[in-house]
Each structure stands twice: as C-alpha cells, then as structure tokens.
Design a protein around this ligand. Structure first.
Ligand code: EPU
Length: 422
C-alpha cells in the first residue's frame, strides 16, 4: 500500500494541464457497449477506476486497448457475457453504468448490486425505476440485479428525480438504454452535469437522437442501431477545482490548461468571494491569491450548483479563512469522513447534521492522517501543502482512483510530495 509524505508549507507556481474527466469517461466507455465495432475514446485519464471499467468491459466480451497516451480503443463487436461480476463491481460503484447499455444491446443483464461506500448508502433504486419504466423486468437474486426485456425496451415519459434531486449515473443509464428503445422517451429531472452532456453528445455522434442536451428534460427518439464513434472526453472539472484550491491554499499562482471555466461558475463564484483571483485564458485560467482568505457559506447542489465532489477540498481551504464558514452537504449528507482527519491537522471543524461549521485557524500543522475516499484524500493533500511539517497520508490508493499523476503534477508546481510503498 502506498503512502504520501508531504512537506509544507509550499507556494505553488507554474502551469498544469487538467486531465480528461473520470466521471465523463466512465459512462462514455460503457456507451461503447451499445455499438458493435470499434469506438475510440480520447482523453481518458490513467486511473484505477478506468482500469476497473476496462476489466469489466473485457469480462463482457469487449476488447479494450490503450493506444498512445490517453486514447482508448473499445471493440464491442462481441458482447456475449452480459454479467457484471461482484468481484469487479465491488471495486467501483460506477460499474452500475453498464446496466442500461447491456439491456439495450443484449436484452438481458446480470449486474452485481453495488454496496455502500465511505460517502453514504448510495442506492440505485432510481436507476431500476427508470429501466422498469422502459419495460425491463428486474429482480434481485443473491446480490445481483437480474434484468430482462422480454418485449424489448419501449420509450416512455419518465420522472427521474429522487430525494436528493437528479441522479448522474441514473440519468446516464436510462439515457443510454432509451437510445435503442422503440419510440420516444422523455427524461424529466435529468441530471444536467457536464459529464452527462458529454455523454449525450457522444451518443448523438453514434447515431442517437437526443434533444434537450444540458437541460433537465432530455427527449430521446429511439433508433434501431448505433455505430461506433470517435470522441474526446471533456476536461475534469473536479481535478481543475482541486488545482484551483491548491493555488489558493498555498497563496500561489497557477495556470490551468484544458480547464472548462464555463462548467465551473458556482466554483469560480465561491473562490472569488473567498478572495481568490481567477483570470480566464484561451483554454483555462490563471488562479492566484495575495490577500487573506475570506470565510464563505457553501451548500452542495446538483449542477449548476456547487459540486459535492469539491466539498472536502473547499473545507480544507476554509479551515484557513479569517473567520467562520459553514458547508452544508445536500447530495451525500454523510460525506464528511475528512472532518476528523483535518481536525488532526489542527483545523477547527464541527459537524452539525449535514453541515460543518468551520472556525478558521491561522495555520494547519502536519500529522499522520488516513485517506477515506477519493475527494477526502484530495482535501488532505491540499491541507498538507499548506501545513507546517511533514504530513503522512495513508491509503493513497483512494486518490489514485480519480487523480492522474497527482504528485507529479503538484511537484512540478513546487510541492514536495514523495510516494512510498509500505
Ligand atoms: N440516489 C438515490 N437513488 C438512486 C441514485 C441516487 O437516492 O438510484 C441519490 C444518491 O444517494 C445521492 C443523490 O441521489 O444522494 C445523487 O447521487 P447520484 O446518483 O447523482 O451519484 P452517482 O451518479 O452515483 C456521480 C459521480 C460522483 C458524484 C455524484 C454527484 C460518477 C462516476 N460518480 O455519482 O462522483 O459525487 O455523481 O455529483 O459520475 C467522485 O468522483 O468522487 C464521485 C463520488
């Protein structure tokens, strides 16, 4: 198992290129199942989660090869084993995004039911409700979702909202299944996240007929077949946001390339309020901070609201603000595993239900800490960049799930991070 040793404090400066989006790449890789032949997906980051989906697609019968750099070739000519086994699905919940495409392509699917994870229960009831509405017959057996379409998938008007608003991967699943359904499907309360928009554009390149892309109402006219596409994944807005916080927390100056500022309005707005300067450039922005950090109140929401995937990182930043802040989590109310770890680094955070009250401190102090999930680990790395002393982060495999070469990228900006196998 790897650990990070991070020496702080540092001031970051220089340029960094944002990788392709993990959360766009995953459903787009699954979409390749829908079209016999070879799809090319470009800008796919080299991450543990991508490796898990690669393995899963291979188990279904597809042939997946990484070409030069970030290009993935997925040959889905043969999909003859529509089973998502527990041993693979348990490694990554997002594996559930094969369910819709498998049903549409093969007429049946057996996919292990994902379990809970460090950020909450994360049910998939809405995915199943949507697929049932399209005509799938679904039951659970021995921990597996068994789904069949004895009469084929049929278009339907579906309300896909849930107790916490829209669902990102639920929308992806229903959208992908509906592309090959007979007739027209309307998804009301669809997720509007840029990753879903990217998926929808990719599906249209494959021959799907999707309207309303980017809005909460997606209208899909089913087609008989789809063809493989060549698609480039959008830049990762969560990685970009994490680098923005890295520049801010170290009072540095960092230029981000391949960063889609237009997808990050809520984040940019909060950073400006906190005292961080963001200057747009042709393909990204320059992020810098000279003055003190101003406290802020943040509530996570579905897109275009403030993303839950940057909540932990902003908590690390606001831990050093000049006064009290409040962060309220409205997507995953239990996503606070980082609170106790940040407190070990001398932050003053107090959890109150789905909120955390942050009393700003003058400095953070290095400590041994434990990574608990992907974004919580990122928050610990950020805190360590600003903290005095050497922070040791255990279980960094969490961060390898979603940040490509993070220590190399940060070290090129002036961080002092070493990875060790223990
Ligand atoms: N929900 C239900 N029932 C469902 C589905 C979702 O109640 O059937 C609830 C969830 O429990 C949650 C809310 O709806 O309270 C939203 O969850 P959503 O389904 O949108 O999450 P997801 O699709 O499983 C994706 C990202 C997450 C990101 C969330 C929210 C991928 C692979 N994962 O998950 O990313 O936090 O959307 O934006 O796209 C990460 O990258 O670190 C990560 C966790």
């Amino acid at each position: 198992m790897d650990i990070f040793r991070i020496e702080g404090p540092v001031r970051l400066a220089g340029k960094v290129a944002v990788s392709g989006s993990k959360n766009a790449a995953l459903p787009i890789m699954a979409a390749a199942i829908l079209a016999p032949g070879e799809s090319i997906v470009r800008g796919v980051p080299q991450l543990a989660d991508i490796a898990v989906l690669t393995q899963l697609l291979g188990a279904l019968g597809a042939k997946v090869q990484r070409g030069e750099g970030s290009e993935l070739r997925i040959d889905a000519s043969v999909i003859d084993n529509p089973i998502g086994p527990y041993d693979i699905v348990r490694k990554m919940r997002a594996s559930i995004c094969i369910l819709g495409p498998l049903l549409a392509r093969c007429g049946s699917a057996k996919v292990s039911m994902p379990g809970g994870c460090a950020i909450g229960d994360r049910p998939v009831d809405i995915h199943l409700r949507g697929l049932r509405a399209l005509g799938a017959e679904i039951h659970l057996e021995n921990g597996y979702i068994i789904a069949e379409t004895p009469h084929g998938l049929k278009g339907k008007d579906i309300f896909l909202g849930g107790p916490f608003g829209s669902t990102v991967l639920g929308t992806a699943n229903i959208l992908m299944a509906a592309t090959l359904a007979k007739g027209t499907t309307t998804i009301e309360s669809a997720a509007c996240e840029p990753e879903i928009t990217d998926l929808a554009y990719c599906l249209n390149k494959m021959g799907a007929k999707i309207r309303g892309i980017g809005s909460p109402r997606l209208v899909i006219d089913g087609v008989d077949r789809l063809k493989p596409a060549d698609h480039t994944i959008i830049g990762d807005r969560v990685e970009a946001g994490t680098f923005m916080v890295a520049a801010a927390i170290t009072a540095g100056r960092v230029e981000l390339k391949n960063c889609r500022l237009g997808d990050m309005m809520a984040v940019v707005d909060k950073l400006a309020g906190i005292g961080v300067c963001i200057e747009p450039t042709a393909d990204g922005c320059i992020v810098s901070r000279d003055g003190p950090l101003t406290p802020a109140d943040i509530t996570t929401q579905p897109y275009p609201g403030f993303p839950t995937d940057l909540q932990a990182q902003f908590m690390a930043l606001l831990a050093l603000a000049d006064g009290n802040s409040v962060i309220t989590e409205k997507i995953f109310p239990d996503r606070f595993m980082h609170v106790a770890e940040l407190n070990r680094m001398a932050a003053r955070l107090r959890k109150e239900g789905p909120s955390v009250i942050i009393a700003g401190v003058k400095k953070l102090i290095a400590a041994p800490v434990m990574a608990s999930d992907l974004r919580a680990s990122a928050a610990l790395v950020l805190a360590a960049l600003a903290a005095r002393g050497t922070t040791v982060i255990n279980r960094v495999y969490h961060i390898d799930r979603g940040y490509e070469h993070i220590e190399k990228k940060l070290n090129a900006l002036g961080a002092k991070i070493t990875r060790k196998s223990v």
